[in-house]
Design a protein around this ligand. Structure first.
Ligand code: PMP
Length: 357
């Protein structure tokens, strides 16, 4: 099978194998990873190593804390403004897709929100570059990669010049390319694409950002409480965190973000070059904003789409149907997807075009 799912999505085969072994016998203990207590030295070693690996991969500053939390990236849409946006203050948000607009909706429950740019009118097919931010904004929120539409900020320095703390939803491209992660006040990401298994999300927060809002915070929503408890305020998703550890180890073994970035560029280039070279297919987003993680395209003749989808199914290509708000096709090329899968997919595109052309 070639798995192009948008998330949960493909993970390295070695991760599946090790996780499967640990379901029966974790580290030779005779116990399953599913039955060990979260307050045991066994699990403490898992979470400590996962945090250390993430810190190393991302080259974080000492004041940037790493948390493993529940509730998916969607919970961060509310937890971020609850912790960082006072009722009378304002935050700036970029509206570049459905996930960004969901973040905007939640932030409005807690304080003022300035939507500084939006490409909604164009069905989010490009990323707006000309806009300003009020320097008094509590923070500026961005989505680094728009999973549904297939756009990705290629030049993040645009944000670094705005002079306000940055909060980024990196759910669908974290660890896929080199980013100066030290520039961010807060980063969050659901694990189920490039980090590991669904059920946990990663939050990297600069602790200097915290403790500035006047509202009382429920304990489970308070980043400071999670920092103090080392992500063990309550029972964490033990297995999901363990799968993150295995995936982070794999990333280190293959050569880290520097290596995987080159692989991801190679995969995306092959697919975009193929789409551009076949008149039957049409990419859906502005060229300069093309995502290297989620490649979206349609067919010039929509009547042919069902036939190509059926062929993909026959040939074991999974997850290539586009999101309902874009239509057509979306192939997700996350870190664990082998180059060979992109070769197989592009060969199928060529074959199909020859037959139909
Ligand atoms: N943000 C982005 C960019 C996403 O792609 C997703 C999920 N695909 C989410 C947020 C929501 O994540 P979750 O389902 O973990 O809440």
């Amino acid at each position: 099978m070639h798995n192009f799912n948008a998330g949960p999505s493909i993970l390295p085969k070695s991760v599946f194998e090790e996780a499967a072994r640990s379901l029966l016998d974790f580290n030779g203990t005779g116990l399953s990873i599913l039955e060990i207590g979260h307050r045991t030295p066994l699990f403490q070693a898992v979470i400590d190593e996962a945090v250390a690996l993430l810190r190393a991969h991302m080259e974080l500053l000492p004041e940037q804390e790493v948390l493993f939390l529940h509730g998916g990236a969607s919970t961060q849409f509310m937890q971020v403004p609850m912790n960082l946006l006072d009722e009378k203050a304002r935050a700036a948000y970029t509206d570049t897709g459905v996930w960004a607009s969901k973040a905007i909706k939640e932030a409005k429950l807690f304080g003022g929100v300035d939507v500084v740019c939006s490409s909604k009118e164009a069905n989010y097919t490009f990323l707006p570059k000309e806009w300003t931010v009020d320097p008094s904004a509590a923070y500026l929120h961005l989505t680094t990669n728009n999973t549904i539409y297939g756009t990705q900020w290629q030049d993040l320095s645009l944000f670094y010049e705005k002079g306000v703390p940055l909060v980024a939803d990196m759910s669908s491209d974290i660890l896929s390319r080199r980013v100066d992660f030290s520039k961010y006040g807060l980063i969050y990401a659901g694990a189920q694409k490039n980090i590991g298994a669904a059920g946990v999300n990663i939050v990297v927060v600069n602790k200097n950002m915290l403790g500035k809002v006047s509202r009382p915070l429920p304990t489970m929503m308070d980043y400071r409480a999670h920092i103090e408890a080392g992500s063990l305020l309550n029972t964490p998703p033990v297995f999901s965190i363990y799968v993150c550890l295995l995936t982070l180890r794999w990333l280190k073994e293959v050569g880290g973000i520097t290596h995987i970035e080159k692989e991801n560029e190679r995969k995306a280039k092959l697919l975009y070059d193929t789409i551009d070279s076949i008149p039957l297919f049409r990419p859906t987003v502005a060229k300069e904003d093309r995502s290297r993680m989620n490649v979206c395209f349609v067919m010039e003749d929509p009547a042919l789409e069902a036939a190509f989808l059926a062929l993909c199914k026959e040939e074991g290509m999974v997850g290539v149907k586009g999101h309902r708000s874009v239509g057509g096709f979306r192939a997700s090329l996350y870190n664990a997807l082998p180059y060979e899968s992109v070769v197989a997919f592009t060969e199928l595109m060529k074959q199909f075009a020859e037959r139909k052309g």
